[in-house]
Design a protein around this ligand. Structure first.
Ligand code: SF4
Ligand code: SF4
Length: 154
């Protein structure tokens, strides 16, 4: 298997996984794994859930403190923060989206994995416009830790 340094694609085994009950509550998942001098996610977090002893450290999320507010998703310049919440057999995933066209609430879009492969359909359930638009989609629950992007086909 090729490494992250070669592909730039995060392998799920590299992530700190929340417990099932934490995923049901809804928590941020950081896919920021390399040391870089960056910390807006830590600065914006209202519950002090993001630990970073040094500004170069990758963020470490305390899933007990995280309330899934998505503020870190909005401010992350690396598009490396997501919020995942499992609910009634579905997974709601909040992700940054900087492409055009923008989808509309209720649209069915293509759900993509970290490599850009289509892995299913996703329903757009919320959109928040900002410097970085963030979109919440709903997919089948087993795709909670698989889907990290969408493709809008209009
Ligand atoms: S989702 Fe909200 S509470 Fe959780 S780490 Fe991000 S900013 Fe903090
Ligand atoms: S804001 Fe984004 S890129 Fe910067 S440290 Fe946090 S997760 Fe990493």
């Amino acid at each position: 298997m090729r490494s992250y340094e070669e592909t730039g694609v995060v392998d799920i085994g590299m992530l700190k996984m929340p417990a099932e009950e934490q995923l049901r509550k809804g928590v941020a998942i950081t896919e920021c794994i390399q040391p870089i001098p960056c910390n807006p996610c830590k600065e914006v977090c209202p519950t002090d859930a993001i630990k970073m002893d040094d500004i170069n450290d990758p963020p470490d999320i305390d899933y007990e403190k995280c309330i899934g507010c998505s503020l870190c998703v909005e401010v992350c310049p690396g598009l490396a923060m997501f919020v995942v919440r499992k609910r009634k057999g579905k997974a709601q995933i909040t992700l940054p989206y900087e492409m055009l066209p923008m989808p509309e609430r209720g649209d069915i879009v293509k759900a993509l994995d970290r490599e850009g492969n289509v892995v299913g359909d996703a329903k757009v359930i919320a959109i928040k416009h900002g410097r970085t638009n963030i979109i919440t989609i709903e997919v089948d629950e087993e795709l909670a830790m698989v889907v990290r992007n969408i493709r809008v086909e209009k």
